[in-house]
Design a protein around this ligand. Structure first.
Ligand code: GDP
Ligand code: IMO
Ligand code: MG
Length: 430
């Protein structure tokens, strides 16, 4: 039995979907443990490209159980759309399971996400407007509705009506916006949730049985460590726990049953939304990385901000997650630059620091200290089938990441496709 969490070491979009799909071949279960449809995970198999927001990236194998854990906030309308999107492409979703403890996103969460962002103006977070923050807020406030509630129709209807009425007070009185129609929402959402009933179950029982039976479980993080509500760049982050510590809380397995943590690291850094970004390149190099790496959001289509690799951030991320190995993605995107920069420290008020500051006021003042390394050419990246065939520059870059983080790089990714994955070291029974 082996359990492994695959999670983002930076600000999201590191290629978690691609790596999860690749490793899923050796798993019995693939589990999402936090977030909602704010995530956008891309999987490319041959000529087919799939975009997933909620469903785990193990769904492309028809013998894996794919679980949406209790730690998620689920928009039933989006989930039904995603199930249909997959089914229409010949992907079976019969092995999908939804935790009966997962919270439900309703239209008032989306509306409040939108209105709150508008009201914040210049100070907005730049959320995906999927209602994720407002839904987690209701969870903490103990007024949320969960998947198990749908099996108690009268309770569900009454509670939903009560919530819509109280949110309408805020929507009309604070935001001077039209109220939402309670009857319409109740009818529509009862419809969606009735369709989802066959998938809803006690998933923590399922997971713990799987552990008892010595099966292999993969946990697929959404977002990234620097978007974690406690350890990220507060307040410019999401409202859940993408870190490895989130696995137990978001799935119901004991923390002592999580064996390994794979940090997915993009070979450079990107960020969607607002907030300080020390290695950001607001220049032609940043634009070139964006173009070459097609750095446009999977969920919102927004341009991703781009910058050099930041080791201060990676060391921080490694410490919090206990990475047992790393997967470095998008090495192909960096091909063609003569020289590359890696941030190895920050200069703060004339002093060098190598710890990641808590305060954004402090982080905004940090100036990256760079080491320059040789690049590698685009031609040298053609027809690579084994890690050893990579150009010397790319292998040096990977070794540098290992040296600086003190974590072994087990996987190098050189393209979006499943086949463009190089295994350097065997692990998780690959
Ligand atoms: P996730 O949210 O972490 O799953 O990542 P996204 O899917 O949002 O963004 C990563 C993007 O990079 C997707 O378009 C992937 O298809 C693509 N991708 C993943 N790995 C590689 C790689 O090694 N090279 C290139 N060129 N693209 C990659
Ligand atoms: P994946 O799983 C990148 C960002 C948003 C915003 C902040 C808060 O594809 O890596 P939210 O809607 O969660 O309240 O937005 O978090 N964000 C992501 N950025 N990748 C993601 O997911 C993200 N999910 C949320 O852009 O800055
Ligand atoms: Mg993404």
């Amino acid at each position: 039995m082996s359990t492994l969490v695959i999670l983002g070491a930076q600000w999201g979009d590191e290629g978690k979907g691609k790596i999860t799909d690749y490793l899923a071949k050796k798993a019995d279960m693939v589990v999402r443990y936090q977030g909602g449809d704010n995530a956008g995970h891309t999987v490319e198999i041959g000529e087919n490209k799939y975009k997933l927001h909620l469903i785990p990236s193990g769904i492309f194998y028809d013998d894996k159980t794919c679980v949406l854990g209790n730690g998620l906030v689920i928009n039933p309308k989006s989930l039904i759309k995603e199930i249909k999107y997959l089914n229409d492409r010949g992907i079976d979703t019969k092995n999908l399971k939804i935790s009966n403890r997962a919270h439900i996103i309703f239209p008032y969460h989306l509306k409040l996400d939108e209105l709150e962002e508008q009201r914040k103006g210049e100070n907005k977070i730049g959320t995906t407007i999927k209602g994720v923050g407002p839904c987690y807020r209701d969870k903490a406030d103990r007024i949320g509705l969960r998947m198990c509630d749908i099996f108690h129709k009268e309770y569900f209807e009454n509670k939903l009506r009560e919530n819509i009425n109280s949110k309408n007070e805020i929507i009309t009185k604070i935001y001077c916006h039209e109220p939402l129609d309670a009857d319409e929402i109740i009818k529509e959402y009862l419809g969606y949730l009735n369709q989802l009933k066959p998938y809803i179950t006690d998933t923590n029982v399922l997971l713990n049985n799987s552990i008892q039976e010595n099966e292999n479980i993969l946990f697929e993080g959404a977002q990234g460590t620097l978007l974690d509500i406690d350890f990220g760049t507060y307040p410019y982050l999401t409202s859940s726990h993408p870190i490895s510590g989130g696995v137990s809380i978001g799935s119901g397995i004991s923390p002592f049953n999580l064996h390994e943590a794979l940090g997915v690291v993009k070979a450079y850094t990107t960020r969607v939304g607002r907030g300080p970004f020390p290695t950001e390149l607001n220049n032609a190099v940043g634009d070139e990385i964006r173009e070459r790496g097609r750095e446009f959001g999977t969920t919102t289509g927004r341009s991703r901000r781009c910058g050099w690799l930041d080791i201060v951030m990676l060391k921080y991320s490694t410490q919090i997650n206990g990475f047992t190995s790393l997967a470095v993605t998008k090495l192909d995107t960096l091909a063609g630059f003569d020289k590359l920069k890696i941030c190895v420290g920050y200069e703060l008020d004339g002093k060098v620091i190598d710890t990641f500051p808590a305060s954004l006021e402090t982080l905004a003042k940090c100036k990256p200290i760079y080491e320059e390394v040789d690049g590698w050419s685009v031609e040298d990246m053609n027809n690579i089938k084994e890690y050893e065939d990579l150009p010397a520059g790319a292998k040096n870059y990977v070794r540098k990441i290992e040296e600086l983080t003190d974590v072994r790089v087990s996987i190098a990714s050189i393209g979006p496709r499943r086949s463009e994955t190089l295994i350097r070291q065997e692990f998780f029974k690959i």
